[in-house]
Ligand binder design. Structure first.
Ligand code: GDP
Length: 282
């Protein structure tokens, strides 16, 4: 039995994880297309292949490469001489990113429906590993932009919450974590990630409150119990991403970065911490 066991282990070690799909969401102008293009450029630099460009009007799947020095959840390198690091350099892990356009009307029909389809998928090839929700941290000072962004994020999280609940009755569904990629940190008007987190949490709390009030009014009218649920369940507590993790098990991280800008010391270093987040999901 030993040779077979070794064979299986080796196969898993060299092959890319079977479901390494990530969905890239967020409002228009956040930097999704720029991010996808950068990842593609970094990947083709690594593999010496050229790549095509794409417009931001259509969903696209691009296969990109995780830099070998980025640790993965299943494979953490202990030292530079670690054999698994050498293996990763020879056989870099690939993952797929799906970019969705963020324009008002298209957002609901594409971003959310894409999330719906991919998060429900039982097929190991299309199953979703994580959601990257990109925001323009310089634009969030504007009230309307903040509200729009928080509404979108609220809808994304509520969909994931419903999915988590439905799955628990039968087979345990695997968690889909969310990265809020706080982009454009190179701009001096950008809000730091901690403030972005607070603003989004407070705005989602407001959205939740007005929603539950609306539901109360509606059920008073009809006398019917409304089944619509509240994000994070516990409506007596102020909303926070911690509450969501505690009540529902959905983990949200807010991590700063920059796709563009002079602050980048080296090519692509502004997105390193997002790549590390991706790595930890794999
Ligand atoms: P999308 O609508 O989410 O796909 O956003 P785009 O990728 O089209 O980016 C919108 C604009 O923001 C473009 O002009 C980008 O060059 C710019 N942009 C994207 N990322 C950054 C960043 O990190 N810093 C700065 N300063 N500009 C960025």
């Amino acid at each position: 039995g030993v040779p077979i066991a070794l064979h299986i282990f080796f196969f898993q070690a060299v092959a890319s994880p079977p479901s390494s799909n990530f969905l890239l969401l967020g409002p228009s102008g956040a930097g999704k297309t720029a991010f996808t293009t950068l990842l593609e450029a970094k990947s083709s630099l690594a593999s010496n292949k050229s790549h095509g460009t794409h417009t931001s009007q259509q969903s696209t799947f691009v296969t990109v490469t995780l830099p070998p020095t980025v640790p993965t959840g299943s494979n953490r390198y202990r030292s530079d001489n670690d054999p698994s690091l050498k293996e990763a350099i020879r056989n870099p892990i690939k993952y797929r990113v799906r970019d969705t356009p963020g324009h008002g009307k298209l957002r609901l029909s594409q971003g959310i429906s894409e999330l719906q389809t991919m998060s429900q998928s039982k097929d190991i090839k299309t199953r979703l590993r994580g959601v990257v929700f990109m925001v323009d941290t310089a634009a969030l000072v504007d009230e309307a932009t903040l509200r729009d962004t928080a509404t979108y994020l609220h809808d994304v999280l509520l969909l994931l919450q419903k999915r988590a609940k439905n799955g628990s009755s039968s087979k345990r569904t695997t968690d889909i974590p969310v990265l809020v990629a706080a982009n454009k940190q190179d701009l001096f008007t950008a809000l730091p990630p901690g403030v972005v987190r607070e603003k989004l949490e407070a705005e989602i709390d407001r959205i939740r409150k007005s929603k539950s009030k609306g539901l109360l009014d509606a059920s008073a009218d009809t006398g019917l119990e409304d089944e619509e649920e509240i994000l994070g369940n516990n409506e007596h507590e102020t909303f926070s991403f911690k509450l969501l993790e505690h009540e529902v098990g959905i983990k949200v991280d807010v991590v700063g970065g920059a796709v563009k800008g002079d602050l980048q010391e080296e090519f692509g270093s502004g997105v390193r911490r997002w790549e590390e987040w991706v790595g930890m999901c794999l």
